[in-house]
Ligand binder design. Structure first.
Ligand code: GLC
Length: 422
């Protein structure tokens, strides 16, 4: 490691320390003042490169938000703050700590495995407790989001995908009315230039769904029955299957003895569902609009996340790695969230083109797992170098490498620590 990167890892640790609010880490100061589900899972892995106790604490604080039915919400509002919309009063949920009413991609168990691989025996009881949290979370996905055992879990809000305004959601959203019963007071555009954020019309549709689900008291069956927005998100389904595989690996040491058969059954089911999302015409894994029973024909970086699992076969991997190789020649850094040339590509607008360090990291893991170490290394190197050169932005313009969105972002700092730790 050079002196140069030592300085950057020190900066990354300083960002995590500055965003620490007492055992949990906010994504960034100002724009996102609470604990976010998948942000915290990546942050926990970042901490695990130098502080196992703090890494586990991050997941323990996230687990405080877990609902009685097993769901881990997208946002845990540990302490009130007026700088974010929609706040707890808009969600109107019942958990003892205020939370939002939807979830996010379940990176939790994969983060737990990452930590456990670096932890000594003194941490075993805490890892055991967190294993049980993850197992309940995964059971919730199976029962609440795939009650008919199709093998694909449903996502009922674009915020659940973590890729808020991806062009994938344009068509399913056309079905969602723009009417709301809530007064919209956007706070994000006070922190970040509006040209980089979702539009006002997008926002009204996001809140329309929140209003509807709140009126159904967040009952999973009622939400599934009444929703005008129901997709099988390629990202969530791939990340969930990878998390189930992580849980299975942890099970002999940390899980209840009767949990193994259930995990195996869920893995089988999800593998079947995920393999059905391969689209031969596009040569890519695609999300699916479940209400229209149609694939969503936009190639995104999330379409590479099945590489985190055993599902892709050799031919699919060969095809995807060829596209990644050519893509890396054309852009400055990693993989664009929406591939350039796809409908809806915009290089600066959030999930419609910008590169996100967390996605790059997962893709690199997946390429490594499927026998492409050199390509994985190119993704890692371009990501680490962009962060070191351009700063710890929320995301990056794939055409210029410019850091965009919120600054001093926790998960970008965490990813740099993970990349420099390898
Ligand atoms: C945005 C992102 C989401 C992230 C959150 C906090 O909503 O789209 O993925 O979890 O911000 O950083």
């Amino acid at each position: 490691m050079t002196m140069f990167s030592d300085t950057h890892t020190a900066q990354a640790k300083a960002i995590l320390a500055a965003n620490d609010r007492g055992g949990y880490t906010v994504p960034t100061h100002g724009l996102y003042p609470f604990q976010w589900n998948w942000d915290s899972a990546f942050v926990a892995m970042g901490f695990a490169t130098f502080d196992i106790d703090r890494a586990l604490r991050e997941l323990e604080r996230l687990a405080e938000g877990q609902w009685a039915d097993g769901m881990i919400p997208q946002i845990i509002f540990h302490t009130p703050a007026d700088s974010y919309f929609p706040g707890p009063e808009v969600w109107g949920t019942r958990h003892i700590i205020a939370t939002s009413g939807i979830t996010q991609p379940p990176v939790f168990a994969s983060a737990l495995k990452f930590i456990a691989e670096r932890a000594d025996v003194s941490f075993e009881p805490r890892i055991r407790a967190l294993f049980a949290v993850a197992d309940r979370y995964h059971r919730w996905f199976a029962s609440a989001r795939d009650p008919e055992a199709t093998g694909l879990v449903s996502t009922l809000h674009n915020w659940e995908t973590g890729r808020d305004n991806s062009p994938e959601w344009d068509i399913p959203f056309a079905r969602v009315p723009e009417t709301t019963t809530t007064v919209i007071r956007r706070r994000d555009t006070g922190h970040v230039d509006a040209s980089m954020r979702p539009t006002d019309a997008d926002y009204r549709r996001y809140i329309h769904l929140v209003d509807l689900y709140r009126s159904l008291d967040w009952n999973p069956a009622a939400m599934l029955a009444k929703t005008p927005f129901r997709v099988a998100d390629i990202g969530t389904n791939a990340i969930l299957l990878a998390a189930e595989e992580a849980l299975l690996a942890l099970q002999p040491r940390f899980g209840a003895s009767n949990s193994e058969a259930d995990i195996r059954a869920r893995i089988l089911r999800l593998s079947r569902g995920l393999s059905g999302l391969w689209n031969a015409d596009h040569g890519w894994y695609l999300s699916r609009d479940l209400l229209a029973s149609a694939p969503i024909a936009v190639r995104t970086s999330a379409g590479l996340l099945p590489l985190l699992t055993n599902v892709p076969d050799r031919a699919h991997v060969a095809h995807m790695s060829g596209v990644v190789d050519a893509h890396l020649d054309a852009v400055c850094m990693g993989i664009a969230s929406t591939l350039p040339g796809e409908p809806g590509f915009e290089p600066k607008r959030y999930w419609r083109g910008p590169v996100w360090a967390i996605i790059n990291w997962m893709i690199a893991e997946g390429l490594g797992r499927h026998g492409h170490p050199a390509l994985a290394e190119r993704v890692r190197k371009s990501t680490a170098e962009a962060i070191e050169r351009r700063g710890f932005g929320e995301y990056f313009d794939p055409t210029t490498g410019e850091a965009l969105g919120g600054a001093t972002f926790s998960w970008t700092a965490a990813i740099l620590l993970m990349l420099r730790d390898q």
